[in-house]
Structure formats: structure tokens, C-alpha cells
Design a protein around this ligand. Structure first.
Ligand code: GGG
Length: 369
């Protein structure tokens, strides 16, 4: 978010939506509640959305949910959604719609490796993927028609605008600037292994999509070129395919990566594989006036209701919300407790090779807060 002025109240809209969202959001709530006087007493407002809600009441995103978020909440947490893979009349993804309604134009996804006993990690990864959140193919303008020979043709419009690309570029450079300052200010013993200058990598495919990705690339570049503010930040580019390859070969070379919506979605799931599990990767959907935390993972129907979903992505997403609202120290406290649990390796959910439940991992984090 643009402003990091501390809010004096914390009214958090809680939208678990579908599947394991209903299990991991309560875990994040327990952690926020345990912070005590470090933050204003949070008020949690339960809100409806999702595929389940659509099947029950015919609306994936009820107007009341949008109203309460806009009029009563300072921030929100979203769990996960089980959108079907085929077209369903009247259904539209509630998370995509929420990002639009609240103008949450950036999806910020930090991906960092923590040494976990029993996990093979021969590299270091500490990067932030900044995904444009409002356009690209996600404007969902699709048509299908039939050719004279009876075969079908489906078309999708991909929208890239200079406005959306510039503001996501600005967000990426601001994040790189802040990360650089935080690294310089890190106390002795807690120094980052990243020794270079802050860096923003622009991810695109403008050698093929020279008009749309070309505009994205030019617009992000113009942000650095238009001011001295980012003079200390290196800017480089990667074609999206090469980005995937290099991320898997040498993830330690990336600091902040900025990408159009679809590439950003794909590379962040790939990056999650590097750090052990999608269940570890948090995100925030951020606009200039509102922030919504959201674990990067989906609704995982195969493990729904078993109390074995990894709550860490959700807990770290709550920490990201707090630090966006100006509560940087309580957020750091949450992340330190999570790191301690992971490094100890006693309480791990099955996605990390452990046998612990969602509740046990949450309890372990609470103990170390
Ligand atoms: N928390 C991320 C999540 O729920 N992912 C699933 C997802 O986004 N599905 C597609 C959609 O409904 O938009």
C-alpha cells in the first residue's frame, strides 16, 4: 500500500470462501488475536464468497460482502476458492471480482527459503514477485464461435494498459527500495546474504507479444527512468520462459520480479516449489487504500476437512497485512515465530513431510510468539 500510517482500529473482513480456506483463515485469526497489546484489538467480520456460496445462494460474491469491506473494514483476509474449470452460467471468480471492486492492483508475493530439517534446499531464495492484479487475460473477455467448416474458435482479449503497468512498476520499485533499506539497517547477526544493490526484474515476452508485453515493459521501465528516486536500484529483464529456467537454476539472483497478471501467477507457484511447499507462500492484494491477505495456495479439495492443511501461508499473509498497515514489528514477530517452527522441524504438515495437523502447527507458532 502507498501509506504505511498506522491504523488505530483493525477491522478485518474474513472471507474463508472454499475448501481449506475455512481451516487456514481461523489459524491466522488465532495468531492475530495472540498479539495482545502489540496491535489494536482486532475485530474480525465474517463474510461470504466462493463456489460453495454460489451453489447455496446463487452469488459467488454477495453485494453485502463488498459493501461491508468498503464501508466497515480496514483490511481483509481471503482464504481460497474452488472455481470450476468449465463455464458455469452466472458464476464468476469472486477473488478476481474482489480485486477489481477494491482496486487491489498489486498481488505481492514474497517467496523466501527457510532451512527445514529433512527438506533438500541447496540454494537460497528471498524474492518478491509483484503480480499485476487487474488486467492481462484476467479481464475475461472470451468468445467462442464456429467456423464455416464446423470447427470452433475461441478468442480471449488480453489487455495491458500503460496506467496499470506503470502503477505496478512503481509498486515494484518501492518494494525494492524498502528491501534495500531494510537490508542496510539489519542488525549484526541478521544480515541478509544478498550483498548486491536492490534489483527489479521485469518479466515479459515482448520478443513475441511486442505490442502488449512491449507496453508493459516500456511502462515499467519508464518508472525508473523518470526519477532519481530509484537510481540505486538495478533494472533488468527476463523473458518469462527464461525467468522460469533461471529461477529454478539460480533463484538467489532475484530480488523483486514484476510481471503481468498471468505470468505472475505462474511464476509464483513455480517459486513456491523452490521453498518446499505452496503451503508456505503468502500474498497480499494491495491497492492504495486497502489490503487483503491471501495464501497463494488454492482450496485443495483433496485435503479439505482433514485438519492437515498448512496454515503458514495464511499466517504469513496476516503478517503482511499487519506490516502494510504500519505494524511492522508485530508482523516481524509472527514471521520469526513461523521461522522458528519451520527450522525446528518438529511440527510440520504433510506437504512438508511431517505428520502434524493444522491445529498443532498453529499451536506451535503461538507458543513461539
Ligand atoms: N488463495 C488462492 C486461490 O484461491 N487460488 C485459486 C484460484 O484463484 N482459482 C481461480 C479463481 O477462482 O480465480
Amino acid at each position: 500500500m502507498a501509506s504505511v500510517l498506522k491504523r488505530t482500529s483493525l477491522k478485518i473482513g474474513m472471507i474463508p470462501a472454499d475448501g481449506i480456506g475455512k481451516e487456514v483463515l481461523p489459524a491466522a485469526q488465532r495468531v492475530l488475536e495472540a498479539l495482545g497489546s502489540a496491535i489494536p484489538k482486532p475485530e474480525f467480520i465474517p463474510l461470504l464468497a466462493g463456489w460453495g456460496e454460489f451453489n447455496k445462494n446463487g452469488k459467488a460474491l454477495p453485494e453485502e460482502t463488498i459493501r461491508v469491506l468498503k464501508e466497515e473494514c480496514d483490511s481483509a483476509m481471503f482464504g481460497s476458492v474452488s472455481s470450476p474449470s468449465h463455464k458455469v452460467a452466472g458464476y464468476s471468480s469472486p477473488i478476481v471480482a474482489l480485486r477489481k471492486h477494491l482496486d487491489l492492483y498489486a498481488n505481492v508475493r514474497p517467496v523466501s527459503s527457510v532451512p527445514i530439517p529433512g527438506q533438500q534446499q541447496s540454494f537460497k531464495c528471498d524474492m518478491v514477485i509483484v503480480r499485476e492484479n487487474t488486467e492481462c487475460l484476467y479481464i475475461k473477455q472470451e468468445t467462442i464461435s464456429t467456423n464455416p467448416d464446423g470447427s470452433k474458435i475461441a478468442l480471449a482479449t488480453r489487455q495491458i494498459t500503460s496506467r496499470a503497468s506503470e502503477r505496478i512498476g512503481k509498486m515494484a520499485f518501492e518494494i525494492a527500495l524498502r528491501r534495500g533499506q531494510e537490508r542496510l539497517a539489519a542488525p549484526k547477526g541478521k544480515e541478509s546474504w544478498w550483498k548486491g544493490e536492490p534489483k527489479v526484474t521485469i518479466v515479459h515476452k515482448s520478443n513475441v507479444l511486442s505490442v502488449t508485453d512491449g507496453l508493459f515493459r516500456e511502462s515499467v521501465r519508464s518508472i525508473k527512468e523518470g526519477t532519481d528516486r530509484y537510481a540505486g536500484i538495478k533494472m533488468e529483464e527476463q523473458l518469462v520462459d527464461s525467468m522460469v529456467y533461471r529461477m529454478f537454476r539460480e533463484p538467489e539472483i532475484f530480488d523483486v520480479a514484476v510481471a503481468p497478471n498471468l505470468y505472475g501467477d505462474i511464476i509464483s507457484d513455480g517459486a513456491a516449489a523452490l521453498v518446499g511447499s505452496l503451503g508456505l507462500v503468502p500474498s497480499i492484494n494491495a491497492g492504495d487504500n486497502f489490503v487483503m491477505g491471501e495464501p497463494v495456495h488454492g482450496s485443495a479439495p483433496d485435503i479439505e476437512g482433514k485438519n492437515i492443511a498448512n496454515p503458514i501461508a495464511s499466517i504469513r499473509s496476516a503478517a503482511l497485512v499487519l506490516s502494510s498497515l504500519g505494524y511492522v514489528e508485530p508482523a516481524a514477530k509472527i514471521n520469526a515465530a513461523v521461522d522458528a517452527v519451520l527450522m525446528e522441524g518438529t511440527y510440520l504438515t504433510p506437504d512438508l513431510g511431517g505428520k502434524s495437523t493444522t491445529t498443532e502447527v498453529t499451536d506451535a507458532v503461538l507458543k513461539r510468539l
